[in-house]
Every structure is written in C-alpha cells, then in structure tokens.
Write a protein that binds this ligand. Structure first.
Ligand code: NAP
Length: 481
C-alpha cells in the first residue's frame, strides 16, 4: 500500500467517506529535513466536527452492541493492514516529521502494532459482567470519544487511544496534529480496508482552535482523550468541564535519571543518551535530566561526550541516520531558544549548542547538546525542551538525588541505574512519577503508562488503558443471567 501524498489534498474521513479537498482551505505539510512540500490536508472547521460527531454518535449504538470478539477480529485485521503498510507508513512519518527511516519502521510503526496487540489481549481478558453484594455490575463503553494527538510518536499515540476506545465499544473522532497528519490519513485507509463499519472511526484534520476546541466542547462527545503539552491540556480540561465530560490527559515531562554510585558508567551513559536523543529528543518520557554522584561526575561526562559523537545529525531518509531533524522549523527555534537561555543562566556546554548544523542548514537540525552544572535555579532544570538536550546535575547523597528528581511540576517518568536491583527499586519507589525504568529499561506497552502531578491523569497501554474507555453500571437486585 505505497501511497505518496505529494501534490494531493487529503479530505476528512467521516462516516466511511473521504471528503473532497476542492475549494477548501488547506494545511500544507512540509518535510522538516529540507522544507519540501509532502502533502496537504483540509483545514477543518466546527461544521466538519459536527458532521463527524454526528456520524460517530449514529454509529455508536450498533457498534456498542457488537460482541467483543467481533471488535477484536476487526482490530486484528487492522494490525495486519498496518504491518502490510509498515514501509509506506514509515516513509510518510519520515517525510512529515523527519523521523529517521529505520527508527520510523521499528519504533514509530513497530510500537503502534505492539500497542494494539496488548490492547487486544486486554480486551480478550476483560470480564464485562460480574456480581458483587446484591448487584450485577456491567461495564459498558463510554460513548463517543474525541481523540486529540500530537506529532512526536503520532501513530503510537493514535493507536493507544483509538485501539482502546474501539475495543471497548466506543466510536471515535480523531484530530491528529496539523504538523504530522498524513500518517493518520494512511491509517484511516487501513481502517477502511480492515472493514470497520462507517462512522465508527472518523478523522477531522485541522488545528487546535478550529477543530480541537469544537470537539472538546461538543455536547455529543462523551470523553476527550488528549496527548500533548501541559498548557493545552489545562485549556482542554477547562473547556471540557462545562459539559462534565470524562477527560484523560497525557502531558509533558522533565524526567530524571538517577545514577547511583555502583552503576555501570558506560551502560548508563548509552541508555541515557539513547533516551534523551532518540526521536531527536521529542519524547515525552525522555530522561533529560541526569543526576550523577559527584564522585562519578567527571568520568560520566567524559564517556557521555564520547558517546554523543555517535549521535551525528543526518538526513532522515538515510538508513544509517539515528538523529534526524526536529519536527518543524518552529520546534527548531524553540529548542535553540532553550539552549541559549541555558547558556545565559550559566550552564556549562559539554557539547553541542544553538548553532545550525553544518551542511544541513536547510532543515530543522540541531546538534545534540549536553550541559553540565545545571542547577534547580535554571530554567533548563524545569522546562521541557522537546529536543536533544541533556542536563547534568551532581549530588552528594541519595536523599538529595531523590529530592532533585522530584523537584518538578511533572511526574511522567524516571530512571534509576545501579548494580543492585533492591537499591534501584528503593529509589524508584521514592520517585513521584508514573513510570520508572531500571538500568535503561524502556517503554513497556503492556504496563500502565501515564503521569503523576502535571504530567496528566489516567493511564494508557494494556488493561488500564483499555478500561479508561468504560463506564460501570450496577444493576441492583440482579444476578448474572
Ligand atoms: P500540543 O501543542 O499540546 O498539541 C497537541 C494536540 O492538541 C495537537 O493536535 C494540537 O493541534 C491540539 N490542540 C492545540 N490547541 C488546542 C485546543 N485549544 N483545543 C484542542 N486541541 C488543541 O502538543 P505538541 O506540540 O503537538 O506535542 C508535544 C507535547 O506533547 C509535549 O509537551 C510532550 O511532552 C507531549 N506528549 C506527551 C505524551 C504523554 O504520553 N504523556 C506523549 C507524547 C507527547 P495542532 O497542533 O494541530 O493545532
């Protein structure tokens, strides 16, 4: 299913039909690698949102009545379609967000498939009726779900939301990011090929104000599931509260890696740099602050400097590239601004900086950057950069390390590195975050994922991710038939 979007305008996908782009305002999509136009989507309006929500609302009663086995069957067919289209999806992601091709195949598409498989397993194991006290308890789908997603792991974020919602019996209107909407268009084609009934899955393209806000405030939308920045999450919570919708938020992070004094230095360096630099640092759970014991600081920094040389920026279409461009020119400017500010605040540049990358000045490329002597008084210690920028802070005692790790409005993720599992788990227990990786363990899409504090609420992935889309009804005085 190779499909190029260059020179085309993709319309919305509503009620099983592709809308036309003719005569409509469009959003052009550009490669962040060289600025080339790679496609365009219709810029949606509140009227488009109304049509999509009406379609999802009309499709809901019949879809909610389908058996879990039927929903699982269709999602398994979708997985087959995604696997068949892996190459095409990877190349669209490379085009629109600059994801290095090999990473797009393995991580962007590969993780989406793994997400759906875990959700299928959760749906299969789910018991939708049980007895308690004098009641029969029934779990039912929430209803019409609005899914609003960002651009950094677009297919993964869509799969987690849409997969769980559909398996639970909900119908969905998706608004993907305007920066990377083409993978969502390709995915909608795969829903069609998998045989989902019309109206069950709908896509409306457009920006946050014109499409996101009407979705969030729509009276027929029962739930909003959002992944994105903290500030937009706050706005969505406020806007959705007028109609008391369920809102689940997956927001930003400033996650700390705590290196204990018995950690393997080389292994911890490679794992932290991989976490901070993969996807060009545009990963919500990236370990972007490193807390190193003073006794290890110099050796850790020296090895980090050596290791950082592997992370040379390159064109994302090249198979050997591991560090592509940032997703947009706007993101590049934001990241460079953070780097300049950190320098002004007195952080010491170990490598990198805000300069344009030699030979790649036509794209949104930035050097991987490591700062030493970052203190809690600096902006870099607290703010999410969403670029390949690592902040090193040294500590004297474990208590101090834990306090530094928890000194954040965010609580998405963290890491602990130690030769002693019991010590590492003890520190992990003290971290106020939704996930903690021990010795570089990465995302586990079978385990709950989500944030403490201002990193959000609710959980995605696996069983808890599936259950977010269920309502619970107690039928009192009844037993299982
Ligand atoms: P963003 O600016 O918050 O946008 C996310 C989505 O919300 C986009 O589709 C955006 O639309 C839409 N939006 C913007 N304003 C809106 C409004 N007023 N009402 C409704 N929708 C609105 O985030 P981003 O820059 O795309 O993504 C990066 C952020 O996502 C980072 O903070 C990152 O940490 C976070 N993130 C979190 C997780 C997690 O699981 N916790 C995972 C990945 C990313 P348009 O941009 O198309 O206008």
């Amino acid at each position: 299913m190779m499909r190029s979007f260059a020179g085309t305008v993709v319309g919305h996908y509503i009620n099983g039909q592709w809308g036309s782009g003719q005569g409509r305002e469009v959003i052009e999509v550009h490669s962040p690698s060289d600025g080339r136009a790679v496609g365009a989507v219709v810029a949606g309006t509140a009227e488009d949102v109304n049509k999509a929500v009406d379609a999802a609302s009309s499709a809901f009663p019949a879809w909610a009545q389908t058996s879990p086995a039927e929903r699982i069957r269709l999602v398994e067919r979708l997985i087959i379609e995604i696997e068949r289209g892996r190459e095409a999806l990877a190349s669209v992601l490379t085009d629109e967000m600059g994801s290095p091709l090999a990473f797009a195949r393995a991580a962007q598409v590969g993780v989406a498939v793994a997400d759906l498989r875990e959700l299928v397993a959760a749906a299969r194991a789910h018991d939708s009726e049980w007895e308690v006290s004098n009641s029969l308890v029934i779990s039912e789908p929430v209803g019409v779900v609005a899914a609003i997603t960002p651009w950094n792991f677009p297919l993964h974020q869509i799969s987690l939301k849409v997969g769980a919602a559909l398996l639970a019996g909900c119908t969905v209107v998706l608004k993907p990011s305007e920066i990377a909407p083409l993978n969502a268009a390709m995915l909608a084609g795969m829903f069609e090929a998998a045989g989902f009934p019309p109206g069950v899955f709908n896509v409306v393209f457009g920006n946050g104000e014109s499409v996101g806000d009407p979705l969030v405030t729509h009276p027929k939308v029962d739930m909003v599931t959002f992944t994105g920045s903290r500030n937009v999450g706050e706005r969505i919570s406020i806007r959705a509260s007028a109609s008391i919708k369920r809102v689940t938020l997956e927001l930003g992070g400033k996650s700390a890696a705590v290196i204990l004094d018995d950690a393997h230095v080389g292994d911890s360096v490679s794992a932290v740099l991989r976490s901070a630099f993969a996807n060009t640092g545009q990963t919500c759970a990236a370990l972007t602050r490193v807390l190193v014991p003073s006794s290890l600081r110099d050796v850790w920094i020296k090895q980090a400097l050596d290791e950082s040389r592997k992370w040379t920026p390159g064109r994302p279409e090249e198979e050997s590239t591991i560090l592509g461009p940032l997703a947009s020119a706007q993101q590049l400017e934001r990241v460079r601004q953070h780097i300049r500010r950190a320098i002004q605040d007195g952080a010491e540049v170990v490598t990198g900086g805000a300069g344009m990358v030699t030979g790649l000045e036509d794209g949104a490329f930035v050097y991987p950057t490591i700062f030493n002597n970052v203190t809690p008084q600096m902006q870099l210690f607290h703010e999410e950069v969403f670029g390949p920028v690592l902040a090193i802070t040294s500590y004297e005692t474990i208590e101090e390390a834990v306090a530094l790790a928890n000194d954040s409005i965010y609580g998405l993720s963290g890491g602990v590195f130690s030769a002693d599992d019991a010590r590492a788990i003890d520190v992990a227990r003290q971290m106020r975050t939704g996930t903690v990786g021990i010795n570089g363990a990465g995302l586990d899409v079978g385990a709950p994922f989500g944030g403490y504090k201002q990193s959000g609420n609710g959980r995605e992935c696996g069983t808890l991710g599936f259950e977010e889309f269920l309502e619970t009804k107690s039928v009192m005085g009844a037993r299982k038939p």
